[in-house]
Design a protein around this ligand. Sequence first.
Ligand code: ATP
Ligand code: MG
Length: 249
Amino acid sequence: MINLHQVSKKFSQFQAIKSVTLTIPKGEIHGIIGASGAGKSTLLRLMNLLENPDVGEVEVNGQRLTALNNQALREARKSIGMIFQHFNLVANKTVHDNVAASLELAGYPKKERRSRVAECLRFVGLEGEMGKYPAQLSGGQKQRVAIARALANNPQVLLCDEPTSSLDPHTTAEILEVLASINERFGVTIVIVSHELEVIKSICKRVTVMAAGEIHDTVTIEPTGIEKSDDRPEYFIEQLTGNGGIGHA
Ligand SMILES: Nc1ncnc2c1ncn2[C@@H]1O[C@H](COP(=O)(O)OP(=O)(O)OP(=O)(O)O)[C@@H](O)[C@H]1O
Ligand SMILES: [Mg+2]
């Protein structure tokens, strides 16, 4: 479970997040959508304290992150995985070593690392690519490595910032399937930031629509078709719920 309580964040004089309160229940796949600059990535980064709020409380997995010292925060972050649009793999490490590095960082017992790496790569369908370097992989394969790396430490929460925005539609669908299976198999709470309605609609249960640093609304997704493109918050609500915002979560 993720709880943000009246969280605000300023960058110099710019108020990027304005007193946001949001609860995401354990096991949910939650979307965050909104126009460019609305504060989606900042909100996501507040959930693992990559951004420190100026005011407000952040609670994840029953722990108030904003009350922890650095060491306790490092410990708490082991159960919060993150993946990014551009994968953020280490170029001069093999697939195996990219995943192993996250285990090493978390102090995972050395003897058990190899088998854990293999297990995670098997889960994302890449057990045959362990010795390759990121440059030898397709975009979808790179994102699978990033997912395996995030999965290695058994996270309870997975934060995804535009995880499919660099991928073609077919590969996007495959990656979303991997994320959905992580949610289903391991009960991992997943938060997905995306500006793509189709992505949010195909995988999320509820979605928060951000506009200018605020939550415009949080709605439950209804399976209706998606029409033309627009980036007004009202448009997102309409397309996600089929009714312009009735049926609030
Ligand atoms: N480190 C930073 N320093 C200064 N301003 C920042 C910083 N990070 C974000 N901002 C500003 O805060 C606002 C929200 O940024 P954020 O990256 O959260 O938006 P976003 O909704 O993720 O946009 P996009 O869809 O383009 O990724 C933007 O106006 C951005 O310029
Ligand atoms: Mg962003």
